[in-house]
Write a protein that binds this ligand. Structure first.
Ligand SMILES: [Zn+2]
Length: 77
């Protein structure tokens, strides 16, 4: 154990918690969920889920999925 410390293999580097506190959170533009980019999802992820990505695409086609319309109706109340 002491040998590992001496080699710098133990007690080095940020903990997961430190990474979380330092990282900016990403926010899903569809449902508003947040996550830590690069930790819970890949760094460039734009949407929280496949469902939201599909919903965003549908909306561009002019069709808002019912669950999303309901979500927005709730959010605006
Ligand atoms: Zn989402």
């Amino acid at each position: 154990m002491d040998e590992l410390v001496a080699q710098g293999l133990v007690g080095q580097g940020p903990t997961t918690r430190e990474i979380q506190q330092r990282r900016p959170r990403s926010r899903c533009p569809v449902c508003g969920r947040t996550w830590w980019a690069g930790l819970q999802k890949r760094a460039g992820a734009k949407y929280c889920s496949r469902r939201c990505r599909t919903a965003a695409w549908r909306e561009r086609q002019g069709v808002v999925p019912k669950w999303l319309a309901d979500l927005r109706a709730q959010a605006s109340q």
